[in-house]
Design a binder for this molecule. Structure first.
Ligand SMILES: [Zn+2]
Length: 85
């Protein structure tokens, strides 16, 4: 009986820790996403931090803002894939 309770408690704490870890990972991901500049066309987070200078970015359109690779290629009708720096 004691062993059963011990195992049950162990499993319970394991589940709680797993949940906690999952939440922490989610929080880290959210923080990471908040640091990213979003595409002015589709609102998706791009790979560039808001603090990255525009000279160090690809798909940035002066006067418009940051585009993601997909929107940039669609808008400028580029068939081949452009690289991201
Ligand atoms: Zn986009």
């Amino acid at each position: 009986m004691k062993l059963f309770r011990f195992i049950r408690d162990l499993l319970r704490s394991y589940d709680q820790n797993k949940e906690l870890l999952k939440n922490m990972e989610r929080l880290d991901l959210m923080k990471e996403l908040q640091r990213k500049d979003v595409c002015v066309s589709c609102d998706m987070a791009t790979i560039y931090d808001k603090t990255t200078h525009i000279s160090q970015r690809s798909h940035y359109v002066e006067g418009a803002g940051q585009l993601c690779k997909e929107c940039f290629n669609k808008i400028y009708n580029i068939k081949e894939t452009t690289y991201e720096i």
